[in-house]
Ligand binder design. Structure first.
Ligand code: SAM
Length: 258
């Protein structure tokens, strides 16, 4: 079984590393003390020890309620299905042995669910920029077939087509350059691989549209217009594009032709 940070290390592309990876904290750290402190209120919260400690149990469910999402367990089940994890993905008789990248994994709440859906030498890399979040991931969600990596989602340290499934939940609206992150996710997605996103959406009807926009602006969050994310996937040649709108959120998944 490929597991933990040894598995993550094996996936790194040496030509994309700006420093020697440090594994002292239980995850691989590629950022060190680089001064890339987040600017917005929402981003700063993700680098706070208290928020990281209460994220999985309190913060995420409260935020999910504001966005109009269902229970987190249902979201995880849907994400596992959308990414095609578990089961015999490629018809070669082996079950759930893919490489999965969970971008902006926070405390590893979804990373763990993905790892538990894999078997054999399957591996999930949970990637995040926040030390407090990754410390929680290592403490709470270190399971077989999961390994954590501190890196910037805008510069993924992997070779092209390295992953069979790539996921980004609840983060594209926080990142200042979400389309750079999405382009990177598409770059590392292998032929036949699947992508799943959960992001915000700007409601189309008033007065929720204005209220939602105000709330997002106040917190430094971005609301995506209806077709903004699906259009990127379509232009990149992905197929089977599905979008589900719910409250202030959208779930999008698609497949790269094999
Ligand atoms: C709200 S959490 C999402 C956690 C989990 N995916 C979920 O759905 O609950 C958003 C995460 O995005 C991370 N993040 C924001 N910008 C990032 C970047 N440029 N690179 C890596 N992680 C980033 C934050 O550190 C934070 O942990």
């Amino acid at each position: 079984m490929t597991s933990g940070i040894a598995g993550v290390r094996a996936l790194l592309d040496p030509s994309r590393l700006e420093r020697e990876p440090d594994d002292a904290a239980g995850y691989l750290d590629l950022l060190g003390d680089a001064d890339d402190r987040p600017r917005t209120l929402a981003q700063r919260a993700m680098h706070n020890n208290f928020v990281a400690a209460i994220y999985q149990r309190w913060w995420r469910p409260s935020f999910a309620a504001v966005l109009g999402l269902g229970p987190q367990d249902e979201e995880k089940r849907d994400a596992v299905r959308a990414l095609g994890l578990g089961g015999d993905r490629d018809g070669d008789g082996e079950q759930g042995h893919g490489r999965v990248l969970d971008v902006a994994c926070g405390p590893g709440n979804f990373t763990r669910a993905f790892a538990e859906a894999l078997t054999g030498d399957g591996l999930v890399v949970g990637l995040d920029a926040s030390r407090p979040m990754l410390a929680r991931a290592v403490a709470d969600n270190a399971v077989p077939r999961a390994g954590y990596l501190r890196a910037d989602a805008r510069r993924l340290p992997f070779a092209d087509a390295s992953f069979d499934a790539v996921c980004c939940y609840a983060a594209l609206y926080l990142v200042p350059e979400p389309f750079t992150v999405l382009a990177e996710m598409l770059r590392v997605l292998a032929p036949g691989g699947r992508i799943a996103l959960m992001a915000s959406r700007r409601p189309s009807t008033e007065p929720i549209r204005t209220a939602g926009t105000l709330l997002a602006d106040l917190n430094g969050l971005r609301l995506f217009d209806g077709d903004e994310l699906t259009a990127v996937l379509r232009t990149a040649g992905l197929v089977d594009i599905r979008q589900r709108l719910t409250g202030l959120a959208q779930f999008v998944n698609a497949r790269r032709p094999g």
